[in-house]
Design a protein around this ligand. Structure first.
Ligand SMILES: NC(=O)C1=CN([C@@H]2O[C@H](COP(=O)(O)OP(=O)(O)OC[C@H]3O[C@@H](n4cnc5c(N)ncnc54)[C@H](OP(=O)(O)O)[C@@H]3O)[C@@H](O)[C@H]2O)C=CC1
Ligand SMILES: O=C1O[C@H](COP(=O)(O)O)[C@@H](O)[C@H](O)[C@H]1O
Length: 489
């Protein structure tokens, strides 16, 4: 469905995120003829680029991030939509050129996407209000990090909420824009098969892993004040956990889904200093090899503070105190410079109660469902099946659903999908303010404990699956991370 006409403003429009993700996402929609001819993209920064200089900057810094090299005509059409406006977001008096660049038509959708450091969110919203630009047809998109603790998240909600109503606020978690995450909703609530089994009686444990091969790259300044818990777990992993664990929402409407997710966040068992020390592993990568290449340790990355204690890996055992999930461990894990790039959810079912075959019950692998988010999107269901031949021998077999093979329709990158949803006014895949606060509320005791105890992360070699303590954490329950349980090739 083509979008209706809009003015889309990227604050931070000359930044890395705009160049690598946001403009390529808009180009991808433009090339599908999804954007109205008059739709505009206003890029805001402080640098005094002329319009021509900025378009050259986009050519150099954004075009290489577009998947298929753009044809000259479509690229030229895209560039025509872009307007560069130089202003200082902290100075309302400099907002005049932005007002001039925007069309004064109440029927148009207007979106302010704040891809700036978060300390500017309040000032930008305030200055939009002062200059009369926070019109009722406006929406505001907030990029991460949405706070660094509960107090700062509350402050963001409060400051932005002074200018925009909750229904105008789109808090981005780009994991919610990934195809397979939405497919998880389809799997759970579009099939009769899973829901009766989706509970403590039949599920033994759930693993959620987001592993990256990359290190901190050029984002060390931000990352060193953040760490894996804030950067990945508080948002992406908890959002995935919510979608796995939530009660069936009454519909796909934003508040139905967000209410269901909020209930999960509020039911997460709180850690105490004792349970926290037992159930959370913190790690930091040391030098090692990724794809055969030597890579430096975190503390040897350019500009890394000497002896930094920032974690680049975290693994934990979480629990949800509800009738559906009581006693089912949710193992969460994320890290940089790990052995592979993968994001997946593994739901393991309970073992069969009794074997009618000659094989002992213990030789039956419990069924498991693996939901792969990346690198390849798909689902696999592990079942026991008879091996061919004259004896009744059962072995594990895999039912595989590869989304790319199954569906040939064009795919949308996460940012593309989410930008389209903002432009359509569809809030389901964005976090509500209370969800954000509930996630921070749960994470905060962990951060406080680490700070108060001056906790040092355990070292792990780059190119591995993290500190050995992460295997011990799950091993204590007689389990293994999925890659540890896979048969050797
Ligand atoms: N890069 C990434 O992959 C990701 C980034 N993010 C988050 O998005 C935000 C932006 O990140 P990124 O693009 O990497 O950052 P950059 O440092 O590359 O860009 C920052 C942008 O903000 C603008 N800006 C800064 N201060 C002002 C100001 N006072 N007035 C007007 N414009 C201003 C800059 O313009 P100028 O240079 O002209 O000052 C620039 O366009 C950050 O909060 C980051 O954490 C989130 C996820 C991923
Ligand atoms: O939000 C973030 O996500 C990326 C990982 O995203 P992916 O889509 O490539 O899996 C991570 O590298 C970054 O540190 C974090 O801020």
């Amino acid at each position: 469905m083509a979008l209706s006409d809009f003015d889309l403003v990227f604050f931070g429009g000359s930044g890395d995120l705009a160049m690598r993700k946001l403009l390529p996402a808009m180009y991808a929609r433009d090339v599908c003829d999804d954007l109205p001819a008059t739709a505009r993209i206003v890029c805001v920064g402080r640098d005094a680029f002329s319009q021509e200089e900025f378009l050259r900057f986009v050519e150099k810094n954004s075009k290489p991030h577009i998947k298929e090299t753009p044809a000259d005509a479509t690229w030229a059409r895209f560039l025509q939509r872009i307007v560069y406006v130089a202003l200082d977001a902290t100075d309302a008096a400099s907002f005049g050129p932005l007002a001039e660049a925007l069309r004064q038509d109440a029927a148009l959708t207007r979106v302010y996407y704040l891809a700036t450091p978060p300390h500017l969110f309040a000032t930008i919203c305030d200055n939009l209000a002062r200059t009369g630009l926070a019109t009722p047809n406006s929406r505001v998109v907030l990029e991460k990090p949405l706070g660094r603790d509960l107090a700062s998240a509350r402050q963001i909600n409060l400051d932005v909420g002074k200018v925009f109503a909750e229904s105008q606020i789109y808090r981005i978690d780009h994991y919610l824009g990934k195809e397979t995450v939405q497919n998880l909703l389809a799997l759970r609530f579009g099939n009769i098969l899973f829901e009766p089994l989706w509970r403590r009686e039949w599920i033994s444990d759930v693993q959620i892993t987001i592993a990256e091969k990359i290190g901190v790259g050029n984002r060390l300044g931000y990352y060193d004040t953040s760490g894996a818990l804030r950067d990945m777990l508080q948002n992406h992993l908890l959002q995935l956990l919510c979608i796995v664990a939530m009660e069936p929402p009454t519909s796909i409407a934003p508040d139905a889904v967000r209410d269901a997710k909020l209930q999960v966040l509020r039911s997460l068992k709180r850690f105490t200093p004792t349970t926290l020390a037992q159930n959370i592993v913190r790690g930091q990568y040391r030098s090692g090899h990724i794809d055969g290449q030597a890579v430096p340790g975190y503390r040897d990355e350019p500009d890394a503070p000497k002896g930094s204690r920032t974690e680049t890996f975290v693994a934990m055992k979480a629990e949800i105190d509800t009738w559906r999930w009581a006693g089912v461990p949710f193992y969460l894990r994320t890290g940089k410079r790990m052995a592979d790039r993968l994001a997946e959810i593994v739901v393991r079912f309970k073992p069969i109660p009794h074997s009618i075959f000659k094989q002992p019950t213990s030789s039956f692998q419990p069924n498991s469902l693996v939901i792969r988010l990346q690198p390849d999107e798909g689902l696999s269901m592990n079942l026991m099946a008879k091996t061919p031949g004259d004896s009744m021998r059962l072995k594990q077999a895999e039912l595989e659903l590869d989304f790319r093979e199954q569906f040939t329709s064009p795919r949308m990158e996460a940012y593309e999908r989410l930008l389209v949803d903002v432009l359509r006014g569809q809030l389901t895949l964005f976090m509500r303010g209370d969800e954000l606060e509930a996630a921070w509320e749960w994470v905060e005791p962990i951060l406080e404990y680490w700070e108060q105890n001056d906790s040092a992360p355990l070292p792990y070699t780059s190119g591995t699956w993290g500190p050995a303590a992460a295997s011990a954490l799950i091993g204590r329950d007689g389990l293994q991370w999925r890659e540890e349980a896979l048969p050797e090739d």
